[in-house]
Design a protein around this ligand. Structure first.
Ligand SMILES: C[S@@+](CC[C@H](N)C(=O)[O-])C[C@H]1O[C@@H](n2cnc3c(N)ncnc32)[C@H](O)[C@@H]1O
Length: 206
């Protein structure tokens, strides 16, 4: 899907994703000291907004202007005078190179793209992590196709933690978590099990 496809998808709904942050973002990041955060493929910004509410200076990057503008509206409503803690940047992650070693936290949450694109995006994300900072990647896991709920029904855009670890090899980050994790999703038909991959890596201080 290109930016126009995603814009159309977002325009067709009031809010595509939840207002609350992703479970793994909340779990991993809750105790970190606020600093500069970069949310790549941020969509409507639920994760970056949550961080901004907790005192982070958060930048949401996506190629869907519709999604980013919705995020900015939510920031104005939720952050009031502190809305400047949430900034948006329209960019295509295939070519975008964020400032290197500049962010205390870099997140990539459910960017489901083919392996070639994934490798480029993961390496750019890793390079943006500052000394002492953290990279958090979560995505629908490859096993979710046969064994889990939701996510794209396309094996080519699903991936496992070891794929991400391979992508960021040589970036100078230390991998602290690389695993498949289970998320419980409440549906009208009851609870369902979704399988995600989760990678957390940190850059040693200089
Ligand atoms: C499944 S949504 C996830 C949104 C958000 N991370 C969340 O968890 O709510 C995937 C997002 O990736 C964005 N995206 C896909 N390809 C992209 C690209 N090449 N450059 C920038 N954003 C892209 C889409 O616009 C969409 O907002």
């Amino acid at each position: 899907m290109d930016a126009a496809d995603w814009d159309a998808k977002y325009a067709g709904t009031e809010l595509m994703w939840s207002l609350t942050p992703n479970q793994w973002v909340e779990e991993v990041v809750a105790d970190l000291t606020p600093g500069r955060a970069l949310d790549l493929a941020a969509g409507e910004g639920r994760n970056a907004l949550w961080l901004a509410e907790r005192g982070w200076q958060a930048t949401a990057v996506d190629f869907s202007r519709v999604a980013l503008e919705r995020g900015a509206e939510l920031a104005a409503q939720r952050l009031g005078p502190e809305a400047s803690r949430f900034t948006i940047e329209e960019a295509d992650l295939l070519t975008h190179r964020p400032e290197a070693r500049a962010y205390d936290l870099v997140m990539v949450v459910y960017l489901q793209v083919n392996p070639q694109f994934r490798a480029i995006a993961m390496r750019a994300a890793a390079d943006a992590v500052a000394p002492g900072g953290m990279l958090l990647v979560t995505a629908h896991d490859s096993d979710n196709l046969v064994d889990g709920f939701g996510g794209p029904p396309n094996a080519a855009v699903l991936y496992a933690a070891h794929d991400v670890v391979a992508d960021i090899e040589g970036s100078g980050l230390d991998v602290v978590r690389a695993e498949r994790v289970t998320r419980i999703v409440a549906t009208d038909a009851g609870e369902r099990r979704a399988l995600d991959c989760l990678v957390v890596a940190t850059r040693p201080r200089d």
